[in-house]
Design a protein around this ligand. Sequence first.
Ligand code: HEC
Length: 176
Amino acid sequence: MFTRNMVLGVCSVLVAWHGVALAESPNLGKAASPEEIASWDVSIGPDGAGLPPGSGTPKQGEQVYLAKCVACHGEKGAGKPNDRLVGGQELLAPGQAPVKTIGNFWPYATTVFDYVRRAMPLNEPKSLRDDEVYAVVAYILVLNGVIGENDTMDARTLPAVRMPNRDGFIRFSKGR
Ligand code: HEC
């Protein structure tokens, strides 16, 4: 059973601990180096701001996909065991659980680049070269029928890709 003194005791320990934390840091961790910061400073805007140099074709991307993605995303992005990457509006039809894919959901191709570069392959994120990311994104876009199989993706062409669901989002802005 708690007594008043026990409660006061716990409080004073907390106050004392807080005081220590303010007085000096616990000295954990280390300052991030410029290289470490650069490896996380990889955000790409919807307009393509921040896209790196390099390029890739769907054909090159197919090789990357077969080597590094197919085990989790299935042949031609059909899914299983993990997310399906390919498919259109029919997967969002009423009366069934919606399956969101790159083709039917993602509004910007540049975001696919950003995501793949920072997070995929799941077991080895950030291991792809920028050319490989451009290529594998191009391959996924071809599988979704968004670009042609001879289209090269780079910092100029990728932001110009119009994703099928670009207008499917409701903009939220202040004051509305
Ligand atoms: C070890 C398994 C694994 C491998 C290998 C892998 N992925 Fe994934 N991927 C996942 C999982 C799991 C998710 C879902 C992650 C989540 O929702 O947080 C995912 C999500 C994605 C998504 C987002 C799908 C969506 O609609 O939200 C894309 C795009 C993607 N992966 C592309 C790739 C590409 C390209 C490669 C190869 C370079 C790759 N993945 C390799 C497991 C994997």
